[in-house]
Design a protein around this ligand. Structure first.
Ligand code: SF4
Length: 217
């Protein structure tokens, strides 16, 4: 898969509600920072390429917030210890030699996006499982209840999906955002409950304070 067309499709969504992006450190190790420039230039959204350690993510979020506070939209590199501006030229060369773009590819949650995935070039057909074996066209349609597309576009928070934490959990995921541990829904399921529990505790304390000291008393 190639993520730039998918990001462009998300940015072109009329219901987009994302203010900035954390660029994926693993992908960026190969492709570098340049491919993200259109996000800052054409869509005025900050991008911070970030690593995966907790402090990387924290600093990446801080850098996005700082750009927003200062009214900037640039591509910044939090993961500079690994990601270089030009990426990995050797890996890019190997990919270009062995692969070509597919006309279209179906992304779960986002639908068909043109030229958003790669396939082996014909000269490597001997090693291409799609050519060598009769593989049925496997399509895994998202269940109707799944709102991954809206989660990806920031339209809803994961817990606002009707099946979050009930029919859809990390143990029995029904959408892609719940499948891997870094998926938005899985992350909210595993860690968001703590924040919401803290939020409820604060609300409860505030209501008690209001009840004890009603306005004007
Ligand atoms: S909670 Fe599950 S079904 Fe709902 S959007 Fe997330 S992954 Fe999809």
């Amino acid at each position: 898969m190639t993520i730039i067309p998918a990001i462009r499709a998300i940015l072109d969504s009329p219901d987009l509600r994302l203010d900035g992006f954390l660029g994926p450190g693993h992908v960026s190790t190969v492709i570098g920072n340049r491919p993200y420039r259109f996000i800052a230039r054409d869509y005025a959204r900050p991008v911070v390429v970030s690593g995966f350690e907790p402090l990387d993510v924290l600093q990446g979020v801080y850098m996005v917030m700082r750009q927003l506070a200062e009214g900037r939209s640039e591509v910044e590199n939090q993961y500079a210890r690994v990601v270089r501006e030009e990426g990995n030229p050797l890996a890019l060369k190997a990919i270009a030699q062995t692969m070509e773009l597919r006309t279209t590819f179906e992304w779960r949650g986002l639908g068909f996006i043109s030229q958003s995935a790669l396939k082996l070039r014909p000269e490597f057909a001997a090693w291409d499982a799609e050519v060598r074996f009769e593989l049925p066209g496997v399509r895994v349609a998202d269940p109707k209840a799944c709102q991954c597309g809206e989660v990806l576009k920031g339209v809803i928070k994961p817990w606002e999906c009707k099946v979050f934490g009930t029919a859809c959990t990390p143990e029995r995921p029904i959408g892609t955002c719940m499948v891997s541990s870094e998926g938005a829904c899985a992350a909210y399921y595993n860690y968001g409950r703590l924040a919401r529990r803290r939020g409820r505790a604060t609300e409860a304390r505030e209501s008690l304070a209001v009840a004890a000291h009603p306005a004007g008393s």
